[in-house]
Design a protein around this ligand. Structure first.
Ligand SMILES: [Zn+2]
Length: 74
């Protein structure tokens, strides 16, 4: 199964991915803790990743929302 990866909008809590019928998913975004080695390699051990509980789309943290690590400070 292919994983869709999106960037979270500020304070976004519901999935805005569209399903194959063009309807908004609206599933709840849950903090995803056990994301496995591949993701760890790319985003670090303590990445703030979220995943839709309905369609499993993965949401990356929004860079405009406070950057907790400091490495994203432009
Ligand atoms: Zn969804």
């Amino acid at each position: 199964m292919e994983t869709t990866i999106k960037t979270r909008l500020p304070r976004q809590r519901a999935c805005n991915e569209k399903n194959e019928k063009g309807k908004i998913c609206a599933g709840h975004l849950k903090r995803w803790y056990h994301y496995g080695a591949d993701w760890e390699k790319q985003y670090g051990e303590n990445a703030e990743l979220y995943r839709c509980e309905k369609c499993k789309t993965v949401y990356l943290p929004n860079p405009e929302e406070e950057a907790r690590t400091g490495t994203l400070a432009w």
